[in-house]
Design a protein around this ligand. Structure first.
Ligand code: PMP
Length: 305
């Protein structure tokens, strides 16, 4: 990923991709205190547009606040940086990765006296869980790893160190031949995937874990809530057990990278008809209409680059 042409925005400057480097004594590299975003730009009707840019940047600033890190740029500057990066790399559609980290002035657990840095990179990235998975559904497994508890790490912050838990769960699931993991909270209720919010459909109603189960407050999750409202589909946010999932009619994931990915099998049990379900398909189609600029109601969610 490091050896390619292109530009990365670092601390207010556009630098060559290969020169976007940091020192090995960078505080975040040692202690994991940093935060990031995952954002997508789509080749929409009327031109390339970043989807829900303001909400993603706001979540980055919220993550920074939770971590007591001060970003030395304004929300407007970070929004603008993301637009610039898409333009500078001449990308029609892409994934964007803003990241904030603590610098290399000193080590020791306390970050006090260190500088806070920020960068934005962007590159082309297709279907996160595979094109076939988007159409046919993927296979998932309950992780042996528990999702973060809300008072151990901060679950509403998209922090760097939170992803060790995600990486372990994802590696375990994929080593065992599954596409992705489902993590349970510390009380045993369904929380989320390693990088996705999760949903079930039962008798026409969509259920998703409420955020006390430690799941990230996904921006795609919020988009799904809007879509369901528009489609007249009832959504209930509540505690969900794994056996409720086993007997669900449909199951799916949402996320910026994963978009809307159907789930066809969970813990070796077929979910519903073992294919993308009809309500999942409707939500997926509505999602791609919105990000593709084909739904005027949500034009304000698209920021042209
Ligand atoms: N949960 C986790 C752990 C994630 O990493 C992500 C991806 N950011 C999500 C949920 C989905 O969030 P969003 O829809 O904002 O991408």
């Amino acid at each position: 990923l490091a050896d390619r042409d292109g530009k990365i925005w670092m601390d207010g400057q556009m630098v060559d991709w290969r020169d976007a480097r940091i020192h090995v004594l960078t505080h975040t590299l040692h202690y994991g205190c940093g935060a990031f975003e995952g954002v997508r730009a789509y080749e929409a009707e009327g031109g390339t547009a970043i989807f829900r840019l303001h909400e993603h940047t706001q979540r980055l600033f919220n993550s920074a606040k939770i971590l007591r890190m001060h970003i030395p740029f304004s929300i407007e500057q970070v929004n603008e940086a993301q637009r610039e990066v898409v333009r500078a790399n001449q990308l029609k559609s892409c994934y964007l990765r803003p990241l904030i980290w603590i610098g290399d002035k000193k080590l020791g657990v306390s970050p006090k006296g260190n500088d806070i840095h920020i960068m934005v990179a962007a590159w082309a990235w297709g279907a996160y869980l595979g094109e076939e998975g988007m159409n046919k559904g993927i296979r998932v497994k309950t992780s042996s790893y528990t999702r973060h508890h809300v008072n151990i790490t901060m679950t509403q912050a998209k922090t760097v160190s939170n992803y060790t838990n995600s990486i372990l769960a994802n590696m375990e699931a994929t080593d065992d031949g599954y596409d992705e993991a489902i993590l349970l909270d510390n009380a045993g209720f369904v929380s989320e995937g390693s990088g996705e919010n999760v949903y079930i459909v039962k008798d026409g109603v969509v259920y998703t874990p409420d955020l006390s189960a430690g799941a990230l407050n996904g921006i795609t999750r919020n988009t799904v809530l809007h879509i369901c409202k528009d489609l007249g589909i009832e959504v209930v946010q509540k505690r969900i057990t794994r056996d409720e999932c086993y007997i669900a009619d449909e199951m799916f994931f949402s996320g910026t990278a994963a978009e809307i990915t159907p789930i066809r099998e969970y813990d070796r049990l077929q979910i519903g008809a073992g294919a993308r379900g009809p309500i999942t398909e409707k939500i997926q189609a509505a999602f791609f209409d919105i990000v593709g600029g084909r739904n005027a109601k949500y034009a304000h969610w698209l920021t042209r680059v």
